[in-house]
Design a protein around this ligand. Structure first.
Ligand SMILES: [Zn+2]
Length: 492
């Protein structure tokens, strides 16, 4: 099999994947801050890493996939008086912060399972790892890259940059950072505006607080991922992933924290980032109304799309783009995906009806399988994989109409692999046909009546009439298929 290549955001290149430990892969992906319903853009990130997780498992690796839950410390912005997102929600809803966390963690899991996203191996939370985070702060202070002022501890970015290099992931240099960081008119305790908090002293009214050597307070947001990835994956691990918006400052700060403790040694082998999801060509934003929740797409209760779309179709739509490309979601794009998805499901459902022959014509199954793996090995290229699957769908359809034929062994292989890529790698399920409505029953009976009339014409050798009926139905989107079993129809 060809080598798996992974695009490393740190080097900006596709690199041959080589795990640190033989046959073991450690993956850490930044999870959600559970202060509201999960964003569709976040779902795209988790669907992208779900495909990656599934493929590594298929390749025979023992995978430890860690995806955290941020339940403290993620502030609204970088300003000194910024409020913790969870505390703000708790205050406005008049509930406990942990009620906010519970509510939205449950919602997050529910939405991800609708998308058929596999649960990670470990899902640690920030509040469950306060001791580990305090230990990391102590180590960074000991190494000389953090300082305490008035009970808060800050990371000294300039000092770190003098020893090692700050900004290598986001390709920023410290000079740009200094000139671009807002000066907070002396409100801040920080030595430099671009320094970031490792530990914050809690104001008296702050309810989420823990004891530490510096103050009763809470950890800075970037710290949890360093603490939890080190705890579960070690000082250096294979893959660190997340949405592209986390590259700076979050991931850059994680690198600084880890390298400060590791004496500058690399902490992650491959950095992977999934790109943005836009809506109707624009950035998603609640404040401008250009925003939609997964559940609003599934139940159709939204002002943007005229109809509902199933989680399977939305997942398929997302996988039709490569994880590193910007993807725009719109009603037209979802309609096109829905049509394609139905075609795919129909072809897979009809596999059981295919009769094998002595020889295979028009399709090289072995080469097709190798091309499918080629797509996955090229940085998990799901759109190419899907295009290859549609080559097989076209062939399956010509087997159905009798244009092509296939031998038993090739058929077995094709059936097994197309189902495998569809279910196990792309994580898709066949759409269950909707329960028959009265109207559908009526249409079905009407078409069967026309088929009976056509069959009578054929029996009477009146081919002019029977062909006319077949062609007219085709124009209406009703395709007839004659076989030994009788005449069947399909509506496109
Ligand atoms: Zn993180």
């Amino acid at each position: 099999m060809q080598n798996l290549k992974v695009y490393n955001s740190l080097s900006g290149k596709k690199e041959v994947f080589k795990s640190i430990e033989k046959k073991f892969v450690g993956i850490y992906v930044c999870g959600p801050t559970v202060y509201n319903k999960v964003h569709l853009g976040n779902c795209r990130t988790f669907i992208s890493f779900d495909l990656i997780y599934r493929y590594f498992k298929h390749l025979g690796y023992k995978v430890r996939y860690v995806r955290n839950i941020t339940d403290v410390g993620h502030l609204e912005d970088d300003s000194e008086n910024a409020e913790d997102r969870i505390i703000k929600k708790a205050r406005t809803e008049k509930i406990e912060p942990m009620e906010v966390v519970q509510l939205y963690t449950v919602d997050f899991h529910k939405t991800l399972s609708l998308f058929n996203i596999l649960p990670p191996s470990i899902e640690p939370s920030a509040t469950g790892h306060i001791i580990e985070q305090i230990e990391i702060v102590k180590s960074i202070i000991k190494k000389g890259y953090a300082y305490e002022i008035n009970g808060s501890v800050y990371f000294d970015v300039s000092k770190f940059d003098n020893s090692y290099k700050y900004g290598k992931l986001s390709k920023r240099n410290i000079e740009d950072l200094i000139s671009n960081t807002r000066n907070l008119d002396g409100q801040s305790d920080k030595k430099n505006p671009h320094d970031f908090a490792l530990w914050k002293k809690a104001e008296p009214q702050h309810i989420m607080r823990w004891k530490s050597p510096w103050s009763d307070g809470f950890p800075g947001w970037h710290l949890e991922c360093t603490a939890m990835s080190r705890k579960y994956l070690g000082e250096k691990f294979d893959i660190h992933g997340g949405g592209l918006d986390l590259k700076f400052p979050h991931h850059e700060c994680e690198i600084a924290q880890s390298e400060a403790i590791n004496d500058g040694k690399e902490c992650v082998r491959y950095w992977m980032h999934s790109n943005m999801l836009t809506l109707n060509g624009k950035k998603m934003s609640k404040s401008t109304g250009n925003s939609i929740l997964p559940e609003e797409i599934f139940n159709g209760k939204n002002s943007l799309f005229k109809k509902e779309f199933s989680p399977e179709v939305v997942r398929f739509f997302m996988l039709q783009a490569h994880y590193r490309s910007i993807l725009d979601i719109s009603e037209d794009a979802l309609l096109a995906s829905e049509k394609g998805y139905k075609k795919l499901c129909d072809a897979i459902s009809q596999l059981s009806e295919i009769e094998t022959n002595k020889e295979t014509t028009g399709f090289d199954v072995t080469k097709w399988i190798s091309n499918c793996y080629g797509a996955l090995n090229d940085d998990f290229n799901s759109p190419i994989l899907i295009a290859k699957i549609f080559d097989a769908v076209k062939y399956i359809n010509s087997l159905n109409t009798g244009i092509e034929s296939i031998n038993k062994n090739d058929f077995k292989l094709l059936e097994e692999k197309i189902k495998f890529f569809f279910h196990e790698i792309l994580g898709l399920n066949l759409i269950k046909s909707k329960s028959k409505t009265k109207e559908n029953n009526y249409i079905e009976e009407l078409i069967n009546l026309i088929i009976d009339i056509r069959n009578k014409a054929r029996f009477d050798n009146d081919f002019e009439t029977s062909d006319k009926i077949r062609d007219s139905l085709l124009k209406l989107g009703v395709k007839l298929k004659d076989s030994k079993k009788g005449t069947e129809f399909k509506i496109d």
